[in-house]
Each structure stands twice: as structure tokens, then as C-alpha cells.
Design a protein around this ligand. Structure first.
Ligand SMILES: [Zn+2]
Length: 302
């Protein structure tokens, strides 16, 4: 059997208060929801740091600049424990709703805040709620950000994120069919590494309560994440397995226990290396890890 090489890691979105106060139209947020964010930034971060110390794992904490400015002592613990800090907007605003100029303003501000705090420029970015824009990759490229963690062209392989030159025509049934029956244009690679995002290894959708019983049993979630890992281990000699979690969700006791079981399952496999997402990107960028190239689109001019 060929030797396996598996890069595993956690991307931790420290959404904290930022996510809750991102009401979009400035409407007031319920203080109890804000307190859930405060739990994440305080108790949640502390519990996760203890978990990662126990297993000697270094991760990437993607932090809205609002979280960093509101809870600097907590983020200092993260930084000083040797974890990577990455970009995640200012108040978790959805860039899909922002004009290009405002997207740029948020990116510039959040790079400045993280750079000052860490003494070095952040390498990675993940879009709040993984809602992106056509401007995102060109703006990251221009800002010299090495990798993104927002797109889903693959689930267990790194690749060069397509630049935003490809176009498609949305179906508009109010128009004649001939106007929208047209292929997507060719995908072209950017200089930004993609460490893909994946809703199926994200704690938020299944585990954060929506109403009194709107969450899934952690054992069900654990099985789903294990099966994804086991499938990838069977099918690929080299693959990455980035998991996305939030301190206000994964900082809960039953979820910490789930992560302990998952980490132990993953660790029972040969060839597993835990690392921050930035190191996965560097392995791919330097040619030490093969990854894939994303192909598609037709050679048409539009
Ligand atoms: Zn987030």
C-alpha cells in the first residue's frame, strides 16, 4: 500500500459577538444572543485551547477584527499558544452584500488590525458565512494573502483558487431562452491557494440551537465526519481534512467530547499530520503536497 500523507486541521471561526451584531440593516440584536457570542470568545476559546494543548494540535483561528478588538486578552492566549490567526471580516459582514469599495475597506482594516496584533501579516482568509463575491479573489491576490478558505470546488484537496474571470449567465425565465442558454467560460487559476470550505464538516449548521430542539445529536455528527475522513483515507494517498468550528458551538461540553473522539479516531491512522491551514497552503504552494487543479468551462468569448 502506498504511503499516506494526510494533513488535518481545524479552522476556528471566532465569530463571537460580531456574527450576532451583523444584522445587516442595523436593527438591534437580542442581548441573549450577544451573550452567546461572549461565551464563545471567553469560555469557548479557553476550552478549545485546552483541548488542543492536550492533543498537541496547532490550528487556525479566523477572527473578525471586531472580536480581536473586543477580546484582545483572549486572542492573545490563542496567539501566544502558537496558533495561526486568520482574517474573517470586521463584524462578520457578508461581503456578498457589499459593493467592491466597502469589501476593500473591510479587508484593509482587518489586515491592519491582525498585522498589528501579531507583528506579521495574516496569510489566510475565510469569508463570513462563506458568502463570497466576484471581487474576493482579485482583492486577496492584490493584498498578498496567500490562501483562502471559502470556496468548495473540491472537499479534500488544495488547489489554486480560480480567478474571477470566468462568467456564467443566470437563467432568467422572463427573457427568451436563447439569451441564457450559454456555457460557463473557462476557469483560470489565480495566485491564491484554496484550502476548501465544506459545510459537511462545520459544527454550526447541525449543532447550534435554532429554537429549543433545533440541533443534531453529536454522535450523529461525529459519525458523519468520521465517514468523510474514512472515505477520503480509502480513496486518496494524499488529502487534506480541514474542519470548521466555532467556539460558541464546539466549546459546549458534549461537542468537546465529540472532538476528543474524532481526534483519537483520526490519530489512529498512519500518515496523519495536524497543522494550521496556513501550513497546508504552504505545503501545496511549495510543491511538497500535490493537490489538484480545477478545470472546467468552455472556450467561448462573452
Ligand atoms: Zn464565521
Amino acid at each position: 500500500m502506498p504511503k499516506k500523507r494526510v494533513l488535518v486541521g481545524y479552522g476556528i471561526d471566532v465569530d463571537a459577538v460580531a456574527n450576532w451584531i451583523n444584522t445587516g440593516d442595523g436593527s438591534p440584536q437580542n442581548p441573549t444572543n450577544v451573550s452567546r457570542g461572549i461565551f464563545g470568545a471567553t469560555v469557548g476559546i479557553d476550552r478549545l485551547l485546552k483541548l488542543y494543548e492536550k492533543y498537541n494540535i496547532k490550528c487556525t483561528f479566523f477572527t473578525p477584527a471586531h472580536t480581536l478588538e473586543s477580546f484582545p486578552e483572549q486572542l492573545a492566549k490563542v496567539r501566544d499558544a502558537g496558533h495561526e490567526l486568520g482574517l474573517h471580516g470586521y463584524t462578520h459582514e457578508y461581503i456578498s452584500d457589499l459593493p467592491a469599495k466597502e469589501q476593500q475597506a473591510v479587508l484593509t482594516k482587518s489586515i491592519d488590525v491582525l498585522t498589528q496584533f501579531c507583528g506579521k501579516k495574516p496569510q489566510g482568509y475565510t469569508a463570513p458565512a462563506w458568502t463570497t463575491s466576484k471581487e474576493l479573489i482579485p482583492q486577496l491576490e492584490q493584498a498578498g494573502i496567500v490562501y483562502d478558505h471559502s470556496f468548495m470546488h473540491h472537499d479534500v484537496q488544495p488547489y489554486w483558487a480560480p480567478d474571477s474571470s470566468h462568467t456564467w449567465v443566470e437563467t432568467d425565465v422572463k427573457k427568451e431562452a436563447v439569451q441564457w442558454m450559454s456555457p460557463m467560460t473557462k476557469l483560470m487559476p489565480s495566485k491564491v491557494v484554496e484550502i476548501p470550505a465544506n459545510w459537511h464538516v462545520d459544527d454550526w449548521p447541525p449543532l447550534q440551537p435554532k429554537g429549543p430542539y433545533g440541533y443534531v445529536d453529536t454522535h450523529v455528527v461525529e459519525r458523519m465526519w468520521r465517514e468523510q475522513f474514512d472515505f477520503a483515507y480509502r480513496e486518496y494517498d494524499t488529502f487534506i481534512f480541514p474542519m470548521s468550528i466555532h467556539p460558541q458551538v464546539s466549546g459546549k461540553p458534549q461537542v468537546i467530547l465529540m472532538h476528543e473522539r474524532l481526534i483519537e479516531h483520526i490519530n489512529s491512522h498512519e500518515g496523519v499530520e495536524w497543522m494550521p491551514l496556513g501550513e497546508m497552503a504552504e505545503e501545496f504552494r511549495s510543491g511538497r503536497f500535490p493537490g489538484v487543479s480545477v478545470e472546467g468551462g468552455a472556450d467561448v468569448k462573452r
